[in-house]
Design a protein around this ligand. Sequence first.
Ligand SMILES: [Zn+2]
Ligand SMILES: [Zn+2]
Length: 368
Amino acid sequence: MNKPPLIWTNVAFFLITFLGAAILVPWYGMTQGYGLTEWLAFIGFAFASGLSITAGYHRLWSHKTYKAKAPVRFLFALGGALALQNSALHWSSDHRVHHKHVDNNDKDPYSAKMGFWYSHIGWMLREYQSQRYHDYKNVRDLQNDKIVMWQHKYYLALVILMNVGLPAFLGWLNGDILAMLLMAGLLRLVVVQHCTFFINSLAHVWGSQPYTDKNTARDNGFIALLTYGEGYHNFHHIFENDYRNGIHWWHYDPTKWLINSLNWCGLARDLRVTPQERIETAKLKMQLQRTQDRVSTLSNCDEVLEKLQAEYEILKSHLADYYQAKKELLEAKRKQLANKQLVQQVDEMKQRFILQHKNWKLLTATYA
Ligand SMILES: [Zn+2]
Ligand SMILES: [Zn+2]
């Protein structure tokens, strides 16, 4: 198969910035040294650009998992230019195609089935799918966002202002322009780019699939550390409208914490959350399917499958009862009609569900 032509500007850009970060940055460090200010600027710029991609480009604009006030969107637009991952409009268009046609090599712009290199960076180096490069039909809604369109129009100027102008200015204030350009500009740019590229590459090959195996996306706590919380990618691909990626409080998801903080300050609203019942159901379904696959080779397979199905049905009905009771209690509370009996009912349903869940875990563990 003939490969499409190379996009030389992209090839040169990635190569030069990578080599610069690998050679120039340590060379300057060894000969001149960096101060604490440059290191702090590196961290600050990394979070500002990384979170603008994850909280802005990704969860706000691509998936509309919440609404944000104009000052927040303005900062995300600047931070997105700092991250240098194309305009929010273009990025979101690509990303919506990625979700719609995930793993489809002909349509998914960074299909993981094309291999690690392709999904990480290769897709940007050649004119793959150039026919839809300027097709923004799937982001018509974003074209009504004046900030998105402003950033799209002045993207290149903003990139230079944020990546060169701002670090140079800070460096001038601090007394070493080159040191700041190398740390907050170059090194930060390369590190953040590759870390966020890991979401398309690494998060589609390494990790667990607790919610679905219909696509290659994985959950991986370590990748979350590198990607501002986007490592829970298996969850994200099945529940893409959820403003969270890490759903437990102990999941490292600074993007979620940022959105929560913005919500508390009144700068973000309408945070969308997947009902817990749907999350649990997806997980149980996956467990059932995995165990069914495992027992299919057993001699008494039919008998085991029947038992498995029966226990699963009981668990599912207990789950539904528990969430129904919870819903009723919530409704009653809203109308100020909650009483002891309703509270007790929820508690009973919960205990019933927990007990059956234990049975289920024991049963599936037998065939693990
Ligand atoms: Zn997404
Ligand atoms: Zn993905």
